[in-house]
Ligand binder design. Structure first.
Ligand SMILES: [Ca+2]
Ligand SMILES: [Ca+2]
Length: 459
């Protein structure tokens, strides 16, 4: 089994690297490193190394984390696809771009010359892409690419056999399908990336692999769904009074309560959770295949691997469904770095950080200039010494003039009508209790408010 091979290999490598503590870096630095950038679509923290769901099972992602540094408290800067990716690939905050939803067009706001793949191309890299990277349209920067084709609709559509008809239909669908893994898009993305690696992709290369499987609708091959029998599925904990302390702004404008009501009304909650867990397992399998191919290609020792997701999502938490809010369910994503000549293996950094820093960190590691409007910062110090904290909180901007300030302990959410929420993530990791009206926290609130962005460009 491919995934087992990968775990065994990385396990052996990790053991070799961690004899004695601290871990010793074994690899010499290449003259010019390659980059493998893996971006998931809508993957939350339900992978096993983050533990967001007790049944999450992602042995290959875990093995990747074990071979590098896992940032366990990483957050996206916007909680929906287009603005999140525009921010991640420009190194600029959504509030500086003025892009807050999927209607935003980054080309109207910034030059392509500062966007990640162009800068790598300008630096002499060969840039390749498969699957979803920029969104919604891709551009001619790629030397070669495999487009993100449409998902195969199962013959028994809708797979959940319900009459759910919210505006989001037909995406609000899921189920077990008799579709072999080899016909899925993600499998083809892996095959294509493997071909690039094995065919002697011209070096240095920047290879972007954008897996789609965790974006709904969730159609899951039987072999992955069977790991999650329906009657074993654990549902998210949603206290009855959960929304009593949530201010009107998010309740009125930021929640897809209707979708969740529909899901429950049609007795689909458990089935959707099952399907999402199974899609994570399915895409995790692809990560294992991809990492094996990287090893077999001979590029593993001179390639930076960075792994993340464009945002997370709710499956019932806060009586909500989907994304685009300011809570942990929307912003908390996996972030893994493996830089064989820098990162120790099996290290975890638990400090709050933001994906905005990926771009300048890649620039730094590849000895490229960081563009002057970039608002991220290189986290090379944390890659070299993963116990180091960061010098600022993560800032999540789901909407115009709406920000969450996330530091190591707290999440302060500020809405543009000045309603706010405050959660203590150490004592209340699921953010059930809003502390905003408790005078004991006034200093904490005042301190976090100083991090609100000064610039808020209109959409
Ligand atoms: Ca997405
Ligand atoms: Ca609550």
């Amino acid at each position: 089994m491919i995934r087992r091979e990968f775990i065994q290999r990385t396990g052996a490598a990790a053991a070799a690297l961690t004899i004695g503590a601290p871990a010793i870096i074994a690899q010499p630095q290449p003259d010019v490193p390659n980059v493998l950038f893996i971006v998931f679509d809508d993957l939350n923290d339900w992978i096993s190394c983050l533990g967001g769901h007790p049944q999450g099972d992602s042995p290959n992602i875990d093995a990747l984390a074990d071979s590098g540094v896992l940032f366990s408290n990483a957050h996206v800067n916007c909680t929906i696809c287009v603005p999140s990716r525009a921010s991640m690939f420009s190194g600029m905050r959504p509030s500086s771009l003025g892009i807050y939803d999927n209607a935003g067009i980054w080309r109207d706001r910034v030059s392509e010359n500062i966007m990640m793949p162009w800068t790598f191309q300008n630096a002499g890299y060969h840039v390749y892409r498969t699957g979803k990277f920029h969104h919604p349209k891709e551009f001619a920067v790629w030397e070669d690419e495999l487009m993100m084709d449409s998902q195969v609709r199962p013959p028994n559509f809708p797979a959940n056999k319900t009459s759910i008809r919210p505006t989001y239909f037909p995406r609000l669908d899921w189920g077990v399908v008799d579709m072999p893994v080899r016909v899925t898009r993600d499998h083809k993305f892996t095959n294509w990336a493997a071909e690039k690696l094995h065919a002697g992709a011209s070096e240095p290369f920047f290879l972007a692999v954008g897996y789609k499987g965790t974006h709904d609708p969730w159609y899951v091959s039987r072999e992955f769904a069977e790991k999650y029998p329906l009657d074993s599925i654990e549902l998210p904990d949603v206290p009855e009074d959960e929304l009593d302390d949530v201010p009107p702004y998010p309740q009125n404008y930021m929640m897809q309560k209707y979708w969740f009501r529909e899901v429950k009304l049609h007795q689909q909650w458990r089935k959707a959770v099952q399907a999402y867990l199974a899609t994570i397992a399915a895409v995790d399998y692809q990560v294992g295949r991809l990492m094996n191919e990287l090893e077999d290609s001979g590029h593993a020792d001179d390639t930076i691997v960075v792994f993340t997701s464009d945002h997370a999502l709710h499956l019932g938490e806060k009586y909500n469904w989907g994304k685009h809010c300011a809570w942990r369910e929307d912003s908390h994503v996996p972030l893994i770095w493996r830089v064989p000549w820098i990162t120790p293996s099996g290290a975890v950094n638990n400090h709050a950080t933001e994906v905005l820093d990926i771009y300048p960190t890649l620039n730094d590691l590849c000895d490229m200039p960081i563009h002057e409007d970039c608002e991220g910062q290189s986290i090379r110090p944390q890659l070299e010494n993963p116990s180091l904290p960061f010098n600022r909180p993560a800032i999540i901007t789901p909407r115009y003039e709406v920000h969450a300030i996330k530091d190591d302990q707290y999440r302060l959410i500020y809405y543009n009508n000045q309603q706010m929420e405050l959660y203590d993530n150490i004592n209340d990791p699921r953010e059930h209790t809003n502390l905003i009206d408790d005078p004991a926290y006034q200093d904490v609130i005042n301190d976090l408010l100083t991090w609100l962005p000064d610039v808020n460009i209109e959409p």
